[in-house]
Design a protein around this ligand. Structure first.
Ligand SMILES: [Zn+2]
Length: 679
């Protein structure tokens, strides 16, 4: 599709040859996008192909068929959710890719003979989520549904009720429908994918698919665990509320308690439209939610109604889509790293390029299936973008630039660290090293044990663990409790003060309430929250060790997977020996009450954080947004009140000041680890 012949130079025969495969391709992509929540191409690729089809059909109307993707809103509801009929169809929007095209659209709109259109527009951000309809009767929420194919959607009422920003009852007894977007914030998307990757599950391509996959669940309990949010933007029967303009409609929804995006603006000229687009193109990376463009609506609602819709899209609104931020680079290596649970993950190492505000040289390839689907080989030229505006990701390989001597990449069959054979567990996509003595896993396990939501041993980061390991001072977590000052003083750049601090942290960790220990042991499927629920019930580790899988599963909020995992773990002789060593070292085995907050996310609550230097995998703006979303206060200068300084490369005076004041300093890797631990 790179070098297309312009449509007006095509013969009918040539057009016919092009149009059939194009329709099939678009239908397939549409299915993946709308029904399976799993697109295999970038939106931009889809949009461009779609546009080409529209052009072909305009030039050769005889080739237009009723099954063409241009003749219906993509994708029908296929899930087992109950179907809902939309009395007023939920249409998708037409789109344009440049300001000139947008102005052409406006000119055509104003040219029509039937309706007089005043050039007053309401501009809104185009949220990267899925459309949602909310129906209220006498002020009570009675139905939430997805768009589906525009006429028939899916009933997601029970799921919608788990979303905090959706009012179940309005301050007025209205019987009316509201429409908007359901989305997942960027930070929640990142966290969800990290959890899924760690659990060996497939990952979501972008926040929109994560939102769709989370909302379209048969079990509302699953939806409730996903962090979904909404922005409402449309009242189809505005007349019922006596509204005159779209901007008034947004205000009315705010008044009724809905979440409405605050960034809409009423404009009247090309200049104002251009300013708005430029402003939000620049601010895009700083927002805590993904946007993929700008929506322009005629502000006068009666004019909207008079303009009406084509068979497929409204004539009164249009989406301006952002061009993709893409970069081209070359894959030099594929590194395989072993995680705490033995999950072996590939990462592409590439020539560094600037991408959406950061220097990128690495991108996770998640699992062998993903790597093979993308067909990446060493030496390949690839296109890079940021998924959800945050995570660097390879979109596709440029096959034309593939070197002649290139060979398919061979997935390793043995662990890169311990050499034992790798396996696929259950129906996981992940490849795992199942050797419990694999050094990579033990080191990761030590870092996890020391982490903030686990035993919270300050000063015991990955670099220190590496040194302790290399010097053979620790082999398992129990060894930490036998470290001496003299041993610590042999470590690189480790002075008397660092040694004292670390010994104090280790000593303090003996007195932790036991749910921290249970989480810190790193039992498969046992997260911080599950550990707390289990220990609230069992109170002592000794009692838990005697419990059967059924007894553990019987705890409220704990399922059979965790029950089985806990029983299997404690039936291992090496584990029993480790637990005895921890007991001998004086580690507390009892539940001491709520020493960890009910919601582990509040770990950041009220902490004062300073960001300095250049971060590699995110911009400072992204880091700030994430921290603030998690309740931290991000300040500009370091003082005695600062809790943590996160220092990237080339950090200057703020880092020096933090060191002078003895404030905890984290590098980006430590921060990334903390982001992962939030759950
Ligand atoms: Zn291994």
């Amino acid at each position: 599709m790179d070098k297309q012949i312009p449509v007006d130079q095509l013969t009918l025969a040539a057009a016919k040859q092009e149009i059939d495969p194009l329709k099939r391709q678009l239908t397939q992509w549409g299915k993946e996008y709308y029904e399976q929540d799993n697109p295999t191409v970038e939106d931009y690729v889809y949009d461009r192909a779609y546009e080409r089809l529209v052009e072909l059909e305009q030039k050769f109307p005889e080739l237009k068929t009723s099954d063409s993707p241009t003749q219906h809103v993509g994708g029908g509801p296929t899930s087992q959710l109950t179907k809902v009929t939309h009395d007023i169809p939920m249409l998708s929007m037409g789109d344009v890719f440049s300001i000139d095209e947008l102005m052409d659209f406006n000119a055509r709109q104003q040219d029509n003979d039937d309706v007089e259109v005043a050039p007053e527009y309401n501009l809104e951000l185009k949220i990267d989520g899925l459309s949602l309809s909310l129906v209220y009767e006498n002020g009570k929420l009675v139905q939430g549904s997805t768009r589906g194919n525009g006429v028939i959607g899916e009933d997601v009422t029970a799921n919608v009720k788990t979303i905090k920003s959706v009012p179940r009852e309005l301050p007025e007894p209205l019987s009316i429908e509201f429409r908007g977007e359901c989305y997942m914030p960027k930070s929640s998307f990142v966290k969800l994918n990290q959890e899924r990757e760690a659990a060996g599950q497939s990952i979501f391509a972008n926040p929109r698919n994560a939102a769709a996959g989370s909302l379209r669940q048969l079990d509302p309990a699953v939806t409730a665990k996903r962090d979904l949010d909404t922005f409402m933007y449309y009242i189809p029967e505005y007349q019922k509320l006596g509204l005159k303009t779209q901007s008034e409609a947004l205000d009315k929804m705010r008044e009724l308690g809905f979440n409405v995006n605050p960034n809409n603006r009423v404009v009247h000229s090309r200049q104002e439209i251009t300013d708005y687009i430029e402003e939000y193109t620049a601010k895009r990376d700083q927002l805590s939610y993904g946007i993929d463009g700008i929506v322009e609506k005629v502000n006068d609602l009666d004019t909207e109604t008079a303009l009406g819709n084509t068979v497929k899209v409204p004539r009164w609104e249009i989406a301006y889509k952002f061009p993709p931020e893409e970069q081209v680079t070359i894959v030099r290596d594929i590194e395989w790293t072993v995680g705490r649970t033995g999950n072996v993950t590939p990462t592409a190492v590439m020539d560094p390029v600037q991408l959406a505000g950061t220097t990128v040289s690495r991108a996770s390839l998640h699992n062998p299936d993903y790597l093979q689907e993308k067909g990446i080989r060493l030496g390949d030229t690839v296109y890079l973008h940021k998924a959800g505006d945050i995570i660097p990701e390879i979109s596709r390989v440029d096959l034309k630039k593939r070197p002649a001597e290139s060979k398919p990449y061979e997935i390793p069959t043995t662990c890169p660290v311990c050499g034992s054979e790798l396996v696929h567990l259950d129906d996981e996509v992940a490849l795992r090293c199942v050797n419990p003595m694999c050094p990579a896993q033990i080191k990761e396990g030590l870092a996890h044990f020391a982490s903030r939501n686990a035993m919270n041993i300050d000063g015991l980061g990955p670099k220190i663990i590496q040194q302790l390991w290399d010097k053979e001072l620790i082999h398992d977590v129990a060894d930490l409790y036998h470290l001496t000052r003299d041993q610590l003083l042999t470590l690189d750049k480790f002075g008397d003060k660092s040694a004292t601090n670390l010994l104090t942290s280790i000593d303090n960790s003996r007195n932790n309430s036991v749910e921290r220990l249970l989480f810190g042991l790193g039992i498969r499927h046992v997260g911080a929250k599950a550990a707390r629920l289990i220990m609230e019930e069992f109170h002592s580790l000794d009692r838990l060790m005697q419990a059967s899988a059924e007894e553990v599963s019987a705890v409220d909020g704990i399922g059979p997977t965790i029950g089985d995992s806990v029983e299997t773990y404690f039936s291992n002789k090496q584990v029993v020996k480790l637990i005895d060593e921890l007991r001998d070292a004086g580690v507390n085995f009892d539940y001491l009450g709520a020493t960890t907050p009910a919601n582990p996310e509040s770990e950041w609550n009220g902490r004062r954080v300073v960001l300095t230097g250049k971060l590699e995998n995110m911009t400072r703006g992204e880091a700030k947004t994430w921290l603030e979303d998690h309740g931290a206060k991000v300040t500009g200068s370091v003082s005695k009140k600062t809790d943590i300084v996160i220092a990237g490369t080339a950090a200057g005076s703020k880092l020096t000041k933090a060191q002078d004041l003895g404030i905890t300093v984290w590098d980006e890797a430590r921060f990334a680890q903390a982001m992962k631990e939030e759950q």
